[in-house]
Write a protein that binds this ligand. Structure first.
Ligand code: G3P
Ligand code: CA
Length: 404
């Protein structure tokens, strides 16, 4: 009798077992969070190159993230923005000197060279360079600008090689702008994905955008999961600006806003400061932000963390995944609270229940994820399943407790 009661108590206690690691809030699905190689392993190789994506995969990233823009001939290529002088050698090319121009992109004047003024054949003559001055510059000039198709080809080839499903996580960049010049991103994006067999809600693909209306349009074109990106609360999606809608990202973060997003999206991709805010301090009272690390500039390293918001819980309550961006190991980008240890940042976010992280350094993200939350392919029953069945099989309870 005592033994039966003890087992029953164990079973009841199991209902409060948190499914991904101890001392962690649950992810939405109960599975371990995913690691997304942000622009590839862009902490180590020039961003949005096949070399950066391949390294991210080899480091264990579950997804690779191409931002996409269009060429003049309507081919989607991987670049963070359509102005390419910051990430390619275009400014050194005398034959393209006359392409330099100034345009208004998302309401702001931008001077440089623009992908929509180059054919794919011309883009292929350029070479990528490292954007961030304090990162490794030794790969500059080595790599081509990949098309989205080439990124997909890589993901498929590496899936076979590694035995893991390598997902892709494309982001439409400047969709309102590209639509305005007759080079809409949505149709070619969906066409490329469908041609490659991606059109199911269960495929390892997420499509993301900072704009709202193009995600709502994409919802009519594809069954793939969509992710609404969030910038700072005071900022506005550019399609809202263009259409005169006064709402900000902050308005979309309310329970009403999140419920609206859940109508078309599977998840949200918030700037990580919407989950754990940070700000400068003025401890010496001189009216200026304190340069806490004394490097002469005010950066993320000079912004102590504040209390976490309720965003992860709010999004989960609306049934939305939360994939936060961007995690970077460089001292310049790391909050002082972490004392130079980027692992501490991942640990904090994983323990808050984030469902995924966009990381420039996927090796570190994967190491912490596996240590804190377990590997993603080792499925754990979802909390809702546990409740639906009312009880975990006792053998599973005992197995888990033994494993802890
Ligand atoms: O897409 C998530 C994150 O990449 C958004 O920021 O500017 O790096 O594309 P960004
Ligand atoms: Ca992105």
């Amino acid at each position: 009798m005592f033994r039966i009661c003890k087992l029953a108590l164990l079973a009841i206690a199991s209902l409060t077992v948190i499914p991904v690691g101890s001392a962690m809030a649950a992810t939405l699905t109960g599975k371990a969070p995913i690691v997304i190689g942000h622009r590839g392993a862009s902490g180590y190789r020039p961003e949005h190159t096949l070399a950066a994506y391949e390294l991210a995969i080899e480091m264990g990233a579950d997804y690779i993230e191409p931002d996409v823009v269009s060429t003049k001939d309507g081919v989607l290529i991987a670049r963070h923005e359509n102005e390419i002088s910051g990430t390619t050698d275009v400014a050194n090319r005398a034959d393209f000197a006359n392409r330099k121009t100034t345009k208004t992109i998302d309401g702001l004047p931008v001077t440089g060279w623009f992908t929509e003024d180059f054919t794919l054949a011309e883009i292929k003559t350029l070479r990528a360079k490292e954007r961030v001055p304090f990162r490794d510059q030794s790969y500059n000039g080595q790599f081509e600008i990949p098309t989205l198709q080439e990124v997909i080809d890589l993901a498929k080839r590496k899936s076979v090689e590694t035995g893991r499903t390598i997902g892709i996580y494309p982001e439409t960049k400047h969709p309102t702008y590209f639509k305005s010049i007759g080079l809409s991103l949505e149709e070619p994006l969906v066409n490329v994905l469908k041609t490659n067999g991606y059109d199911s809600p269960d495929d390892a693909v997420f499509i993301q955008s900072f704009e709202v209306s193009n995600l709502q349009f994409l919802k009519t074109l594809t069954n793939l999961p969509l992710v609404q990106l969030f910038d700072a609360s005071s900022a506005k999606p550019y399609d809202f600006v263009a259409s005169g809608d006064s709402r900000t990202y902050g308005d979309l973060l309310t329970s009403t806003g999140l419920a609206g997003i859940a109508q078309y999206a599977k998840g949200i991709g918030p700037w990580k400061r919407l989950i754990i805010p940070a700000d400068t301090v003025d401890n010496n009272g001189d009216g200026k932000p304190d340069d806490l690390n004394g490097d002469g500039v005010i950066s993320d390293a000079d912004k102590p963390l504040q209390q976490p918001t309720s965003l992860i819980n709010d999004a989960h309550a609306a049934g939305l995944l939360v994939h936060a961006y961007t995690f970077r190991s460089d001292d310049f980008f790391l909050a002082p609270d972490y004392n130079g240890n980027p692992e501490a940042e991942y640990e904090q976010f994983f323990k808050l229940g984030v469902d995924g992280v966009f990381s420039d350094f996927p090796d570190t993200a994967v190491a912490v994820r596996n240590r804190v939350a377990g590997e993603p392919n080792k499925d754990v029953p979802e909390p809702t399943s546990l409740l639906a069945f009312g009880i975990l099989p006792l053998a599973e309870i005992l197995r888990r407790r033994k494993a802890q």
